[in-house]
Design a binder for this molecule. Structure first.
Ligand code: UD1
Ligand code: CA
Length: 439
């Protein structure tokens, strides 16, 4: 049994943005969605998100049947925020309640499990960290090793400010105790806020054990208050992804120059050159090589295929074995069968391409007439000359050849040369114009 409260009401003024803070993306996904992912891994009974500023947008963006929402307006502090969620749990049996922050996106379920374990059914468990620079954080005050209270930076004296064990803000409290403590909180402190952290002293006064657990890495508990912090966490996230890929055997030319915004699944002996961006769900088969500066989104690349440099695979791209997609080639919503190549300057959209097809430089599927989209079918063993336009819907029969410069508006029959091009003429004796002399 576990209940979860996620605090997401803070304004995030320092982001200087119209977008609510918790919707700012890390790896292409709102920060709050990352927190929800970790929360869901814990299989909670109930999850309540406390929202405030810009809240309707947050709710619209991330609403789901397994969530409840509590409005906090105005925002009077973290204790006041958790209090707003309590009615949502009134109907479920009291259970340990985990408090998470919507702007702490990299928290991992494994760390939270340890915290929950430490809390058991009847203890207050705090996730704390030891920092070289604890500035700004609430400090964990201990007497004889036992936690007695948390003091906020702004309320701390010099001795307390020297404490380097800090409150990450994440905690687990027994549900019934939390319900009794929250209304007791006062706001007689330096910030005039209802501090959630004051429940620690209340627990100690009742004789309840206060225990601590620690994150595997301190970045797990870092929050985002500015664009600079957002970028810092983005880099940490991407470094973790790069390390995981290398751990699986993927060769990365530079682990600092890959961005995965979604899920990237790689086979054996995949190599990825610098500055590639992977979005949505991308699958790379065994032996795939991705050249520098490619963007792949929701695409499947078959084994042995070679992509890039400077290629773009858009959603719905499915490439079979040994397909070559070269520089400045864009593929969208198309399947390309084995051993086919589009090596230079092409747009392949809404197409079904067979095997051993050669798509010449400058080939464009004209898939859109301004209102509707149509498919292009290119059968096996077709050779498409350079600079051709395939005006869909159109089919190029098996083994057909299209002459360079063809604008194909009707189906091309199999095994024949089709060319639409004015016949080449030469005018002999023609003279270039010459500049007239000014009078
Ligand atoms: C809080 C802790 C501090 C801890 C620090 C870790 C308190 C009193 N202090 O301080 O001990 O070291 O986090 O970052 O809890 N929020 C609301 N409603 C509010 C106020 C805050 O939803 O009325 C949310 C914020 O959006 C944020 C989180 O709670 O996600 C923490 O709020 P913040 O103002 O950043 O807390 P700190 O003062 O940093
Ligand atoms: Ca904070």
């Amino acid at each position: 049994m576990l209940n979860i409260v996620i605090l997401a009401a803070g304004q995030g003024k320092r982001m200087r943005s119209d977008l609510p803070k918790v919707l700012h993306p890390v790896a292409g996904k709102p920060m709050l969605a990352h927190v929800l992912d970790s929360a869901r891994e814990l299989a909670p009974t109930k999850v309540c998100v406390v929202y405030g500023h810009g809240g309707e947008r947050v709710r619209t963006a991330l609403d789901s049947t397994d969530l409840t929402w509590a409005l906090q307006e105005p925002q009077l502090g973290t204790g006041h925020a958790v209090l707003q969620a309590m009615p949502e749990f009134a109907a479920v049996p009291p259970a340990p309640t985990l408090v998470l922050y919507g702007d702490v996106p990299l928290i991992r379920a494994a760390t939270l499990r340890r915290l929950i374990e430490a809390a058991g059914a009847d203890k207050l468990a705090l996730l704390t960290a030891h920092l070289d620079n604890p500035h700004g954080y609430g400090r964990i005050v201990r007497i004889d090793g036992k936690v007695t209270r948390i003091v906020e930076e702004k309320d701390a004296d010099d001795a307390e400010r020297a404490i380097r064990e800090v409150n990450t803000g994440i905690l687990v409290a027994p549900g019934a105790a939390l319900v009794s403590w929250l209304p007791q909180l006062g706001s007689a402190n330096a910030q005039g806020e209802y501090y959630l952290t004051d429940i620690v002293a209340l627990a100690v006064a009742e004789g309840m054990d206060v225990v601590t657990a620690h994150p595997d890495a301190n970045w797990e508990t870092e929050g985002v208050n500015s664009k600079a912090q957002l970028a810092t966490l983005e880099r940490i996230y991407q470094r973790n992804v790069a390390e995981a890929l290398m751990e699986q055997g993927v060769t990365l030319a530079d682990p600092a120059r890959i961005d995965v915004r979604g899920q990237l699944i790689c086979g054996r002996d995949v190599s990825i050159d610098v500055n590639c961006v992977f979005e949505g769900s991308v699958v790379l088969g065994d032996g795939v090589r991705i050249g520098p500066n490619c963007v792949l989104q929701d695409a499947t690349v078959g084994p042995g295929s070679v992509i890039g440099p400077f290629a773009r695979l858009r959603p719905g791209t499915v490439l079979a074995e040994d397909v070559h997609i070269g520089n400045f080639v864009e593929v969208k919503n198309s399947s390309i069968a084995a051993h086919s190549k589009a090596n230079h300057l092409a747009y392949i959209g809404d197409a079904t391409v067979g095997s051993r097809v050669n798509v010449g430089a400058g080939t464009i599927t004209c898939n859109y007439d301004g209102a509707n989209k149509y498919r292009t079918v290119i059968e096996d063993d077709v050779f498409i000359g350079s600079d051709t336009q395939l005006v869909a819907p159109v089919t190029i029969g098996r083994g057909a050849t299209l002459g360079a410069g063809t604008t194909l508006t009707k189906d091309a029959p199999p095994d024949a040369l089709t060319v639409s091009r004015p016949k080449q003429i030469t005018i002999t004796g023609w003279k270039r114009p010459v500049k007239q002399k000014k009078p």
